[in-house]
Design a protein around this ligand. Structure first.
Ligand code: COA
Length: 250
């Protein structure tokens, strides 16, 4: 199970890699658990100064595992506590967060980027949040951070209409800093992380706190979204969408 998320430290930089390539990095409860542990643990280690979130070639993440969503709906459960713990860990992280996005970034694969400080994406990256198409609502405080980051109209197209963004569109929307050839995404993200880690630590921490403000607002929104998400998971709209995906013939 540990292999579904790998954690490696290189000097002051921790890399947390989602590693479920056969399912395009669809995220499961144990994966959220491992990622939350890695983020919280990094914060407690004074030797670490920056954290990189990465995926596998061609798949940053296909979003939450839809089989797990269907199971949660069957058992009248809402968003799993480890998922919420992961989101709160992202919002509360004091360490700068860098993302290396190769290929697909669906659902939480896109919304988690709104908590990152620097994002490198592959030239073939594709960002999409089909929440409403799935009968769901946005999560990860994206309903707050999305409009703030890119303006209401663009956030509506992404988060409500489910229109995808390519790499250039994600730069224009303010989600991505740099576009790199697919083979260079991890290297460029690591380079940025090392650059960040080499900055004067106290000044950087103070600057980041000033820029991000208190995490409480985002955490409150994460919880508000989660309440609605739980209701939506059990809805007929969502159940039909999960069934359509899980029984599709290719
Ligand atoms: N949950 C569960 N399984 C998923 C998944 C997800 N979110 N995304 C991909 N997979 C699985 C597929 O079922 C397939 O499994 P299989 O080989 O056992 O049949 C495998 O991962 C590869 O996916 P595939 O669909 O063959 O790859 P693709 O490149 O053709 O398409 C996606 C990739 C991401 C566009 C497509 O899989 C998809 O739409 N997934 C659902 C995304 C989603 O809605 N996420 C939730 C957002 S809230």
């Amino acid at each position: 199970m540990a292999d579904l998320v790998t954690v490696s430290d290189d000097g002051p930089v921790r890399t947390v890699r989602m590693n479920r390539p056969e399912k395009k990095n669809a995220l499961t409860v144990p994966m959220y658990e491992a990622m939350a542990d890695a983020i919280e643990g990094a914060g407690a280690d004074p030797a670490l100064r920056c954290l990189v979130i990465a995926g596998v070639p061609g798949a940053f993440s296909a979003g939450n595992d839809l089989q797990e969503f269907r199971n949660a709906a069957d058992h009248a459960e809402g968003l799993a506590p480890p998922l919420l713990r992961f989101l709160v860990a992202l919002a509360r992280a004091e360490m700068p967060l860098v993302a290396a996005v190769s290929g697909l970034a669906v659902g939480i694969g896109t919304t988690m980027l709104l908590h990152c400080d620097h994002v490198v994406a592959s030239s073939d990256a594709r960002f999409s949040t089909p929440f409403v198409h799935l009968g769901l609502v946005p999560e990860a405080a994206s309903s707050l951070l999305g409009p703030r980051r890119m303006g209401h109209a663009r956030a509506f197209a992404l988060l409500a209409m489910g229109r995808p963004l390519d790499a250039a569109g994600a730069v224009a929307a303010g989600i991505v800093n740099t576009i790199a050839p697919p083979a260079e995404v991890d290297g460029q993200a690591m380079q940025a992380a090392r650059e960040i880690a080499a900055l004067p630590a106290e000044a950087l921490a103070a600057t980041r706190r000033l820029m991000r403000g208190s995490p409480d607002e985002a955490i409150e929104r994460i919880e508000e979204e989660a309440d609605l998400f739980g209701v939506r998971l059990a809805s007929a709209e969502a159940r039909a969408a999960f069934e359509a995906f899980l029984s599709r013939k290719r």
